[in-house]
Design a protein around this ligand. Sequence first.
Ligand SMILES: C[S@@+](CC[C@H](N)C(=O)[O-])C[C@H]1O[C@@H](n2cnc3c(N)ncnc32)[C@H](O)[C@@H]1O
Length: 142
Amino acid sequence: MIKRGPGESDFTSALKTYAKRIGNYAAVEIPVYASESAFLQTLSRHRSRTVPYLVLLDSRGKQFASEQFAELLGKQRDQGQQKIVFAIGPADGWSDDARRQANLLLSLGTMTLPHELARVVLSEQLYRAFTILSGHPYHTGH
Ligand SMILES: C[S@@+](CC[C@H](N)C(=O)[O-])C[C@H]1O[C@@H](n2cnc3c(N)ncnc32)[C@H](O)[C@@H]1O
């Protein structure tokens, strides 16, 4: 368990817990950008080296069962994908321009979540996906 630091929200400490667990399976970075354009600019710099698989979180996107989500990650890994970027959008959602650049629009459900909670749910599902792929008993089904 990771303790909540001073000034940290419950969401932040939950995120740190899952990020640490994911770290057993893959390198994780959780940068925060001042704006959508700052994020897209950084991404275009990445693209000149290795092209990341870009997943934008969007409640209107595609929904997956946890097993299907694990399958998607496993497929990317098996195809030699070096980097997957998962991005939570700004308060007013992603622009059409950003949505066009995505390889996948991923929905965690049709209800709108606060961005900090969406980040925690995503991190838990990423951890779950890695445990499914590795046969770890964390995921026992529905
Ligand atoms: C507070 S929400 C933005 C809500 C925005 N006003 C809208 O109606 O789309 C901030 C970000 O959290 C993420 N988010 C919130 N709920 C989500 C969900 N159910 N599935 C996927 N992402 C979600 C999205 O990335 C969204 O851009």
